[in-house]
Design a protein around this ligand. Sequence first.
Ligand SMILES: [Zn+2]
Ligand SMILES: [Zn+2]
Length: 816
Amino acid sequence: MGTYSTATDRKWQKRWEETGLYKFDRSRTDKKLYCLEMFSYPSGAKLHVGHWYNYGLTDSWARMKRMQGWNVFHPMGFDAFGLPAENYAIKTGIHPQDSTLANIATMERQLREMGATFDWDYEVVTCLPEYYRWTQWLFLQLYKQGLAYRKEAPVNWCPSCNTVLANEQVVDGRCERCDTPVTKRNLTQWFFKITDYAEELLEKLDALDWPEKTKMMQRNWIGKSVGATIDFKLVGSDEKITVFTTRADTLFGVTYVVIAPEHPLVEKITAPAQKRAVADYQEFAKRQSEVERLSTTKEKTGVFTGAYVEHPLTGEKLPVWIADYVLASYGTGCVMAVPGHDTRDYEFAVKYSLPIPRVIRAREPGVDDALPFTEYGVLVGSGEFDGLTSEEALVRIVERLQREGKGAPKVTYRLRDWLVSRQRYWGAPIPVIYCDEHGIVPVPEDQLPVLLPYNVDFTPDGQSPLAKSEEFIRTTCPICGRPARRETDTLDTFVDSSWYFLRYPDPRNEREPFDQEWINRLLPVDKYVGGPEHACMHLLYARFITKALRDGGFLNFDEPFTSLTHQGIILAPDGQRMSKSKGNTISPDTYIEQYGSDVFRLYLGFGFDYTAGGPWSDEGIKAINRFVDRVERWIDRSHEIAAGGGRRAPGPAERELNRVRHYTIKAVTNDAEVFSFNTSIARLMELVNALNKYDQEVTEKDPELVAAVTRDLILLLAPFAPHFAEEMWERLGYPYSVFNQPWPQYDERALARETVELAVQVNGKVRGRVEVAADASDEDIRAAALAVGSVKPHLHGKEIKKVVIVRDRLVSIVVA
Ligand SMILES: [Zn+2]
Ligand SMILES: [Zn+2]
């Protein structure tokens, strides 16, 4: 049995702490490396396997980079505001501040026990006034830059959580947190104008070293479409209906126009005879959720308004309908219906017996282009544009509309502005005051933070809990000094996490959120690691805030995270997602108690493809435990070999051991760089095998080589098993600390395998020579021998009866 245990962990954690081993060196920014994991939400009292997988292995990567000479900045903190703590408080009566701070204390201790290189001098906790003061400052900068604004808008409302949800927090029409169907409500809300940055957010994705899938998700989320706006004049009125379309090539196929039931134009244009039907339909539409309305499988419904528009090019009279498949909040709230070439419009036209003409046919004859035909093709029934391809027609038709003042090219984005108001308690108060005389007045920066009061009734009832605190609301107008009221909404927690990486380098700065000169030297984050579930919220918001602060003159870089890696998910042993309700969770503490934290970390590294994850296995961790024991036995054995003395001239066995050594250095260096920890650790196991093989097969050994290879083994293992490696390093007699050693370098020349030259005989006569690897297989040797140029003519037209291989000497080919 090996000696490694949690006692070893504690011994080295204490030493690291005492010697300040992981303190960031602020003087060396020339080789800085900012390595960051997405900080955690202190919702539970303990670290779970997911935390370990994310933080433990990213720490291994950071340790390797440190040994490679990088000045690694590796901070840690807590995303401490938000709904879970508030909901927990509602359930248990424990104040969110108390439960959050208690959880943070526990998690901090556990993170220290992980033995990670976090420099706690730079800790950030978003729910503390010293932090959220600057979150409020951020809000004020955006307000000054015209990027924060207030408007009444229908918002997603979770009736169970009693709060507004961002679009991103609605999953399949349900609340992301509690799965309740989401409804709509009109509220005056604060928004951040992320849409101003839609194009840059899209464009700058290309150059980022991010997973392709994540970039694609952001592209889809931003949803750029290049199209045109087209005006349809109302018959007998000066009003017009403007639509947005990406398919102007189908303009001659328009047979009706549809507007959203809640569109303000509806009241104006509805013919008296249709008023009753339209009003009934509006009532009906109000009861549908947005998701139901957009569902492709739902039967289409609608009502004729009695109004008509003119086709902009043909002048034909087209009826105007209202239908709930068009939403007022998307595009212009009006669409031109082309039933021949749009599936939704087709279903609607069939149901209400509207005409369905063809204006596009397939490019190739014989291709099925039955209506509705939604592909690009060639124009027919489109007047002067007949015969053009869709691509050509898109340009030419919009050109004509533009000449006649009936339309214009237009780019649109699916991205909506970011709704940041929350009617909840546990968040940063929005730093705004309302004065009867002066309207919206931002809180002066020198009066920040607007403190979140402790004693507030936060039982959810749809109102902002802060609205119930007279003490909080009542204030004076900073301009006129007369009584005024504070904003009672708090900020979405995604605002807190949209800039935390900017606070880490300078977390105790009381004059400003960060020192500009310093932050511009330390940022951007070089490596960011976290879950793929943040692809469209956190990661997009952080990019937006970085750009907004750049334009505010605070930052000199465009993107916050140069390189991004997503870890996979560790599943329960049954292959299911771990959950408390299923009772299939793995508790890291139990395993760490039994095996030590390095065995736990090594198993997470070895047992899974980092970006994929997979099911937990108790057998796997036992195997890793045996490997650690095996390394320790080898360390002791290497002492005996050193004590044995003697030395022989290096021969093939030494060259082979040296080859495996350099091959291991190369493989671990390259694989760990790209977070391929499982293959890195597999190579280390092979190196231990090679050492044992050498020991068993060679009687008179080379102690210097054994010592050098053993030293490299511990250096390479150190990032993955930091406490154990430090212990073995000490046992080998080297000075503290293994982490102050340079990372081993490989020698390309040593990588070549030993080769031997073999004579090649044909029917007993030497006809050539061939060089092969010393450990080449019989098959490879045979193939190499048969391919030798001087041998081939002697085989021509003959049948090969037999090939005999005499290792290290010759290949004998018998032909007839
Ligand atoms: Zn909910
Ligand atoms: Zn005033």
